[in-house]
Design a protein around this ligand. Structure first.
Ligand code: GLN
Ligand code: ZN
Length: 762
């Protein structure tokens, strides 16, 4: 039986590509050095798959930055501002688009569906002239072939490519991007032709945009495009892969009905209703189903026995040889190789599979389906699955009971927010337009070293505490000098807003090399939530109490919310996400209440990642928002009216979730607002009727630029045109940890001045 891998991480088991890229960008190594590292990585990945016996090995899933940007290069859609004059898109143009150059900022990037991977957004308009301008896909195919490895070249499909694009600057916002298909397809045809001549047998088009809820005319566009492409395939077989959710029934019908499609890839992990759809709607005998049973987005070992049962069912329905065992999506979204995890114990490791291990799982499942079951491998897997089901490290009955009991209540504070704010104001005595910051202050090299040194025991615990305390003291003093109203301690003890809490909670594990690409050379290392979550002891109370003892002004306690902890971790797959959220919520709730007891009257619970967990399919969104918001209320509903709960969110696309944000019932919401558009503010207006305090960021902290007083005052004026002065807060967009003091000091000085100017005007 055949096996297929939809795509593979490109960063390397120890982030080799990251270091090669960054050294090249810094001018410390040559293009040839970078190309050599890349070539070696590709070779080792192909060899790994070929040695394992994968039947369909992908090529062109490597990228120097991003596969969507690669497509932009392939079709020659370089925005004119980069001065490209045709020919092959070389490194300088490619990286200028990705990262900007001395004269031009980078192209925009945004999240790839509901993952934490960011792609570079194509900018298209009527002027664009598509021409084949990068032969990367052909080169990779030939490169593998020269190593004796036959691969399936992978491309972002034309429909998804245009669906992810935005109108270029100066082009009407409602410009019909899909209308460009006709101009785009000739380039795809040329590529298909070249791959055919080079001997390719299969080609894979990734069309994940098909899982979205599309207006029906878009299906017609899709159909027309593929009918138009059809004659160019000839003997080359076409595999269309979708992932991240159930394919809506009309999309399923469309895809399985297209004559030029020889294989259909479906995500059977996130697509929980897809198997049912296959059974009910049927699957054409002329095509192969690439059954994505091995999870491309998580780190758990597959339950091989149950996958095999499912594959058997599918095969008996579809016919022998018509099912190809596959990954649910590209493995880009999981960690690379468990082999390099030196700090995880053997039991925990037996529960896990990173990309390298998933290859073996896919191949073993295919073998077993074909009657060649590796009994030993399956037995080891079964015993690991069994130990995970019963291990006391995973299961804590007390936590399970407490979390289950939460479902019965709404967890709402009894007093309406406007009245609570009045109560809080009686003792907080804040001026109108109060100023605050989002939490972190610049993370200096010294701070990072102190945290590293205490971990490696180079310095003692006392030395560490002294260093952190002195940093807190200086941040507090600084804020008093700046005359900020509600202070923060600056978060010097945290390297990451999720890891810091995960390390202190039960049920979390941490990897040394479990990196996942976020964008370009940037990677994140999500914690693994493997067990029921509980809080052995208070996590932030000592630091917060110390900070409060240094000042008469209110000091904000600073916590990360349950949904953000969930969304930025590898989560359990043996219980619904909502159950894990409720457990985390209970721990954060205990922390909130301990902070209150310790005399902290303002507590911020960050939910930076609430929006990104929103399911792709509309039918699932309400349920998600319901439990996500409930999780937040659980953390904060137990405090007195006089305790002020803040929350913070880092994105400006929240028009669709504004009701949910209000339903969180926080006293004050600070939110990113870097684009400062009127529409955004009018969304806040709903908050006015609701009555909570609102702090739309008055300056963008993602840039080193220092905004002047008048610019920020003007922004506040604009906000006041829409919002009542008594609900408005003045704060930056997000935490300051990535900035330098040289930028933060003047920016905050100007921010406070701006608030004072406006107070005087009121
Ligand atoms: N309190 C955090 C900080 O200031 C919030 C970070 C975030 O929203 N991403 O760093
Ligand atoms: Zn933020």
């Amino acid at each position: 039986m055949a096996s297929h891998i939809a795509g593979y991480p490109r960063m390397g088991p120890k982030r080799e590509l990251k270091f090669a890229l960054e050294s090249f960008w810094d001018g410390k190594s040559s293009a040839a050095d970078l190309e050599k590292t890349a070539k070696d990585l590709r070779a080792s990945i192909w060899k790994q798959m070929s040695d394992a016996g994968v039947s369909f090995i992908p090529s062109n899933t490597f990228s120097y930055y991003d596969q969507v940007l690669d497509t932009t290069a392939m079709v020659g859609a370089v925005p004119p501002r980069y001065g490209w004059t045709g020919g092959d898109v070389a490194f300088d143009t490619y990286f200028s688009m990705a990262r900007g150059n001395a004269k031009q900022p980078a192209m925009e990037m945004t999240k790839w569906f509901d993952t934490n991977y960011h792609y570079i957004v194509p900018e298209l308009g009527p002027e664009v002239k598509f021409t084949l301008s990068s032969r990367k896909v052909l080169e990779e195919y030939t490169e593998a072939k020269e190593l004796g490895i036959e691969t399936v070249p992978v491309l972002v499909g034309p429909f998804t490519y245009l669906s992810l694009a935005k109108p270029a600057k100066g082009v009407a916002k409602d410009f019909d991007l899909l209308g460009l298909l006709e101009d785009l397809l000739p380039v795809y045809k040329e590529v298909i032709g070249e791959l055919k001549s080079a001997g390719a047998k299969w080609i894979q088009f990734d069309e994940p945009a098909l899982v979205l809820d599309l207006e029906s005319h878009k299906y017609d566009v899709f159909k027309k495009a593929y009918s138009d492409l059809a004659p160019s395939f000839g003997d080359l077989k076409l595999l269309v892969v979708t992932y991240f959710a159930d394919l809506p029934a009309p999309a399923y019908e469309l895809l399985t009905g297209l004559e030029c499609v020889d294989g259909v890839g479906l995500d059977l992990v996130r697509g929980t209703k897809t198997v049912e759809l296959i059974k009910v709607a049927g699957f054409p005998s002329s095509k192969k189903l690439f059954a994505g049973v091995v999870d491309g987005r998580n780190i758990w070992a597959n339950d091989l026995a149950s996958s095999l049962t499912l594959l058997g069912e599918l095969e008996s329905k579809l016919g022998k040889g018509n099912v190809v065992v596959s990954t649910s999506s590209s493995l880009l979204h999981t960690a690379v190789d468990l082999k390099n995890e030196t700090k995880l114990d053997a039991e925990l490791k037996s529960w896990l599979a990173f990309a390298a291990q998933k290859i073996v799982e896919v191949v073993s499942l295919a073998g077993a389906l074909g009657g060649k079951k590796d009994e030993e491998f399956f037995a080891a897997n079964a015993s690991a699955q069994a130990s995970r089901k019963t291990s006391p490290r995973v299961h804590n009955d007390e936590v399970k009971k407490a979390a289950a009991a939460l479902q019965g209540s709404e967890h709402r504070r009894a007093t309406p927010v406007a009245d609570r704010l009045d109560e809080q104001q009686k003792h907080l005595k804040l001026p109108i337009l109060p100023t605050t910051t989002i939490g972190s202050f610049p993370q200096t090299a010294d701070l990072r070293r102190v945290r590293r040194d205490v971990k490696s025991k180079k310095i003692s615990e006392e030395e560490y505490v002294t260093a952190i305390k002195s940093e807190i003291a200086s941040v507090v003093k600084l804020q008093e000098e700046l005359d900020i109203d509600v202070l923060v301690h600056g978060e010097p003890e945290r390297n990451d807003m999720v890891e810091y809490f995960g390390e202190q909670l039960q049920g979390f594990a941490f990897t040394v090399n479990g990196w996942v690409q976020s964008y370009g050379s940037r990677c994140v290392k999500p914690p693994i939530i493997y067990g029921d979550v509980s809080r052995p002891k208070a996590m932030t109370v000592e630091w917060s109490s110390y900070s409060q003892s240094l000042t008469k002004r209110p000091m904000k306690g600073m916590l990360t919310g349950p949904v953000t902890i969930l969304n930025w971790s590898f989560v359990r797959n043996d219980q619904p996400r909502e159950k894990t959220t409720y457990q985390i919520a209970l721990s954060i709730k205990e922390e909130v209440e301990d902070l209150e007891k310790a005399g902290i009257h303002v507590i911020q619970i960050d939910e930076a990642a609430l929006r990104e967990g929103l399911p792709l399919r509309k039918s699932e969104q309400a349920a998600y928002l319901n439990w996500a918001v409930h999780g937040f209320r659980i953390t904060s509903c137990g405090v007195k009216d006089t305790t002020q709960i803040h929350t913070h969110m880092c994105y400006s696309h929240f028009n669709d979730i504004i009701t949910a944000i209000i339903d969180m019932d926080a006293d004050v919401i600070t939110i990113e607002n870097s684009r400062s558009d009127e529409k955004l503010l009018s969304v806040f207006r709903e908050g006015v009727t609701y009555g909570a305090g609102i702090g739309p960021g008055v300056y963008d902290i993602h840039s080193p630029r220092i905004p002047d007083t008048e610019e920020m005052a003007e922004r506040i004026r604009k906000m006041l045109a829409v919002l009542e002065s008594k609900v408005l807060w003045v704060n930056p967009d997000c935490g300051l940890k990535t900035r330098k003091y040289g930028e933060v000091l003047p920016a905050l000085t100007n921010m406070v001045k701006a608030a004072k100017i406006l107070r005087a005007e009121l």
